[in-house]
Structures are given as C-alpha cells and as structure tokens.
Design a protein around this ligand. Structure first.
Ligand code: VAH
Length: 318
C-alpha cells in the first residue's frame, strides 16, 4: 500500500494524460487522483477522477483533504497560442491557479509539488543558441510572462516557506497518445496526422523555424525523475532547462519523407510565427543532466519512427 497519494491538476492535457498513466503504473490506480475541467472520458474512466476548476481553491482543498494528498502535479494552463487569444483569462488561469496550489501545498503539508514552466519563459533578447540556464528572460507572450512569473513564485515558496516545489522548462512536446493543447509547437504533431492521412501539410510556421523539442516519453521520464530525486540534488528552484533535440519544419518534413516519400509540405506562417520567433532555437540543459541525471532516450529520428509506427495503430483502435 503506497503512502504516496498523488493529485494531478490538468490531467486531461497533452502531458497530463500520459503522466496519469505513468503515475498509476508507479503508485497504483487507487493512489492517483486525476482532475481536469472536462468530464471524465477515455483513460480517466479507469481510475479516480474528479472534474475540477483550478480557479476554485476550495474544491482543490477539499480533494487534498479527502484523499490525504501527499504529492501534487499542477499542469493546468492555457498554452501560448490559446492564451494570446484571451490574455486576461490566460493570466488568471495560469497565475491564480498556480498561487492557489502553492498556498494549499504550503498550508497542508504537501511533501512535493511539480509545476511545469516552458522555454516560452525566454524572450526575443534571450541568447537563441544553446540558451543558458541563467540569462536574460524577456518573454512577450501571456503564456511566457506567466511562466516566468510562476518560476519566481516557485522559488519564493521554496525559499520562504520550505515548500519542495520542482519545475522543468518544457520545450515543444511531441506525442500521439493525447491531443496537443493549443501551443505554437503543435505543428510538429499535426504534421504526422496530415502526412499519414492526406500526404501533405500546410505548416503555420516558416520552413527555417528551429525550435527545441522533446518526445513525450522523455518528458514524462524527466518529470518523474525530478520529482523522485533527493531534495539535495535539486539545486535550482525556479525551473530547469530541458530539451532533447532541435529541428525546423523543413528538417522534420525531410525526416518524414524518408518514410512517406510522396509527402509534401507548404508554409503559411500565421500569428504563431511571431511567438516562435521570440523563443530559443536550442537549449543548454547541462544543469539538469548534472544535478539529477537527466538524459533523453529519443532523438529526432527515433521520435519520427515511433510516431509514424504508433499513430496508425492508435487511430485503428479509436
Ligand atoms: C506551446 N507546447 O507551444 C507549448 C510549449 C515551448 C512550447 O510550451 O505553447
């Protein structure tokens, strides 16, 4: 019987769906309480699930007390493109939501808390290549501003209250088990479905837009590894840089064409090009590698192979 009781807030998102599956494996279905704003469906019918609005702090507290929660993974957020369409709600959900969870964790003896930041916390004057852990951060998107502010709050709650909160700056995440969440890097997911279904894809970023990316199995591994690392190994309490590989839409299309020779791509940049232009092209994640043993298992080639192998299987099962 595990004495670990995990609450996942925002379990229905791209990361949350796969994190729920992984944490159930680690701690048992009965020790993982998955929550999201939407009604339970799919995998969430196989375990404990509650609809939860992260802006309702009393509802969060009720669940923490009902299940005697020991660990919280707080994932709920509006991502970059979505938040730009609704700035004030994006700020409210991302910031008030985080502060509700930080305060509940502080006041209710939560042993460890996880909250994802993003490379979106960097901005247009951040060094673009091999972006250092510590450098200029001038995000110019609602999402990026909320992530930069959130990092400051996490470090504050650790320093002032001793809350063991840990964080990773996720790059673009690529997966097939869950829908992408309205981000700028989502092109790198949509392209696979379009390539398989239609043999062509119209990309909303320009062909030479290099962005740091990571395959979801590695993102889930990193998330669990940082949460299970000894506290003394976590020397950065804002958020750790992390990435796997960098590619441009053209490079990704060329890799897909090794599997689907007739695949074609066109480019029609939209407002998301301006968001992508403000982000780094590659990330120095040497501190995560040094402090808690991070290393990615998947490179771009392995990711493309795995996506193109698994998407058809998953689509047949639907
Ligand atoms: C987004 N997928 O595009 C997210 C991520 C670095 C990008 O944070 O908004």
């Amino acid at each position: 019987m595990s004495d670990t009781k995990v609450l996942i807030i925002g379990a229905g998102g791209q990361v949350g769906t796969e994190l729920t599956l992984a944490l159930r494996e680690s701690y048992g279905n009965q020790n993982v309480i998955a929550t999201d704003i939407k009604e339970a469906e799919g995998i969430f019918l196989d375990g404990i699930y509650h609809t939860l609005n992260v802006l309702d702090k009393d509802a969060i507290l009720d669940l923490v007390k009902k299940y005697k929660i020991t660990h919280i993974y707080h994932l709920a957020a509006l991502l970059s493109a979505t938040a730009e369409k609704n700035p004030m709600f994006g700020w409210e959900l991302n910031m008030d939501g985080l502060l509700h969870v930080l305060n509940i964790a502080k006041d209710n003896g939560i042993k460890r808390m996880y909250w994802p930041s993003s490379i979106a916390a960097f901005g247009p004057t951040t060094p673009k290549t091999n972006t250092p852990q510590d450098c200029v951060m001038d995000p110019n998107t609602v999402y990026g501003i909320s992530k930069q502010a959130g990092e400051r709050w996490c470090e504050y709650y650790f320093a002032k209250y001793g809350l063991d909160v840990r964080s990773i700056r996720y790059p673009g995440l690529i997966s097939y088990k869950s829908e992408p969440g309205g981000g700028t890097t989502d092109y790198a997911i949509h392209i696979f479905y379009e390539a398989l279904k239609n043999g062509t894809y119209e990309c909303f970023l320009s062909e030479d837009t290099g962005l740091p990316m990571l395959y979801m199995p590695d993102a889930i591994k990193a998330t669990i590894d940082i949460m299970e690392a000894p506290a003394e190994d976590i020397k950065i309490r804002s958020s750790y840089n992390l990435a796997g590989f960098t590619f441009t839409p053209k490079e990704l299309a060329d890799e897909i064409r090794k599997h689907i020779p007739e695949f074609t791509i066109t480019y029609k940049p939209d407002f998301r090009q301006g968001i992508a232009n403000s982000w780094p092209a590659s990330i120095d994640d040497s501190r995560a590698r040094a402090d808690w043993g991070w290393k990615n298992d998947y490179g771009m080639t392995e990711m493309v192979d795995d996506m193109l192998k698994n998407i058809p299987v998953m689509m047949e099962g639907r």
